[in-house]
Design a protein. Sequence first.
Length: 185
Amino acid sequence: MIRLPKWLPVVLCFAFLVGLTARACGAEATARGKVKSIEAEKKQFVLTDLNGKDWTFTVADNTIFRSAEKEAKFNDLKPGDDVSIVYDKGITQFTAQYILNHQGDTKGLEVGYGALKHYDADKKQLVLTDPNGKDWTFQMSDDAKIRLSDKEAKPADLKLGDRATVVYEKKGNDMMVHDVYALRK
């Protein structure tokens, strides 16, 4: 009979709890695709991604919707809409935090997500580190709108480590930011 050390179950239990906590603390990701179906009473929709795979997302009470240069609502979402999503990979479900509907003025825009690593006011550059550890440098447009915890803000209000969703447009090699939605930990 093989005897396991008495400390092994404690270590395994601790590792399991750390894994659950890491997922619950916002392991955000992004996705793009077309809305396949909507279940309004469940506040859920199915997205078919660019690879043809279906994903079910739940909409939170504080989910931000944007469509054609304006804030929108869950009711504005329709099957066939081309959307980009920032979402939380929860333990039991994916929860949409931000949804950009690509139509009209928002057709050429993309979304990115990460933790604020650096802001250079002189160069008007914002650097985010995505959940995979890759740094992304964004150029702030002169008319970029910034919201911090649901309040209008300025770039100087942002702090290192703030989690931010950016709505941007690719112009040559630059990624020009239109909107920043940040949350403080």
